[in-house]
Write a new protein. Structure first.
Lengths: 81, 147, 147, 81
């Protein structure tokens, strides 16, 4: 399946785009998504170990499976306040 | 009440809403843009958010604070876009019958906001360079314009 | 800055004075007149002071707070005379580069004020009776309109 | 010597006056002043164990001697804030 991942802040700046599309096996987990991004986007490698992922605006774990057509977001360490 | 806004934060009206015969203590916290960070000069700050998720996380913080403390008012407002020197990026109001709850809730809310809410600040240094601020365990948080 | 006043406290102007490019965190505490104390209804509160000594003790508190924490602003204002329901009897502003100092100083200042500064409140209960409030170790402080 | 003691809040209410005059030996201490007030002003007895005294707007101890013509104040437990 094709997963579109929203990018913010430093991640968006490193890639130069608001989102990236990742082709990944149906039912793949967030951990597998992270590995795919690591391989396909060398520019994100310095930040990637520190990012969280959210599915449908909820933080999730490495072993959370990604539903078909889910809204996935890459959340670099936050710095609001 | 939670709010994301691209306008200056009106702390006077936030305080007016917190005044009530049921409150005995009102704590307001303002996080403001500071000029110097470890001797390095900030020209201005910009804030970006994953807005839909930030609103949800802020609402979660309000709900959790109201569950933990008996609050007569609980307000979190975060400004997005440019926040010039000396102006407020965030305002938190916690009001309660007694001051201990108001202080504790206020501190907890700003600490939790800085851990969980998907908002990011971009330093615009006086030397013309910019940095997105992404605190990591190794990085010294004081190296960014953190209050 | 310390002040005793018989006028309503203008927290907006106190906050305006605390905004500065050297601050990163501003904490405002307001103590306000609450209607209910252990189920008993307050009609209004009056505050009296040994003014000359209260000013000296407030100035001591400001000096001690500025010594203990790196504050860019430290303000204590106490209102005297009648302070109606929902209005503020005391305002404290503590501003600093970082939030921990601002919160700690704000809490310490209101705690110390309530221990040391010769100011007294008189309860005017809804039932028409009045009581000067003199907390003693045995008395439950929550039995007075304490925030 | 004659010591004038300022009264506030509940102490003033109990006595019905802003101040009281106490005749006491020259160089007497605050502790001795407290005993004199205890004997001469029965109406203050419930509050007296809890009050502090100040000389020239400074809190002082039981063994502080009272200077001639000093401004002495009786400070009931405070309740500002």
């Amino acid at each position: 399946m094709n997963v579109v991942v929203k990018l913010f802040a430093g991640a968006r700046e490193l890639v130069g785009k608001d989102e990236i599309a990742v082709e990944i096996g149906s039912g793949a987990t967030i951990g597998e998504l992270r590995e795919h991004i690591f391989r396909q986007h060398a520019e994100l490698r310095p930040l990637l170990p520190h990012v969280m992922f959210a599915i449908e605006t909820t933080y999730c774990n490495e072993d959370t499976p990604i539903p078909e057509n889910a809204v996935v977001a890459c959340i670099p360490p936050v710095s609001g306040g | 009440m939670i709010q994301l806004t691209d306008q200056p934060i009106d702390s006077t009206s936030l305080l007016a809403q917190a005044h009530s015969p049921d409150a005995g203590a009102i704590v307001l916290f303002l996080g403001t843009t500071r000029r110097l960070t470890n001797g390095r000069e900030t020209r201005t700050l910009f804030y970006d958010a994953y807005e839909e998720m930030a609103r949800k996380e802020l609402a979660n913080l309000e709900a959790e604070a109201r569950e933990r403390w008996a609050l007569t008012e609980c307000t979190i407002v975060h400004r997005l876009g440019e926040v010039p020197l000396g102006e407020s990026s965030v305002a938190i109001v916690a009001a309660s019958a007694h001051r201990r709850a108001a202080f504790e809730a206020g501190q907890w809310l700003i600490d939790a906001l800085k851990e969980r809410v998907p908002i990011w600040k971009q330093e615009h240094w006086a030397d013309g360079t910019t940095d997105w601020v992404h605190p990591t365990p190794v990085a010294n948080q004081e190296a960014s314009n953190d209050n």
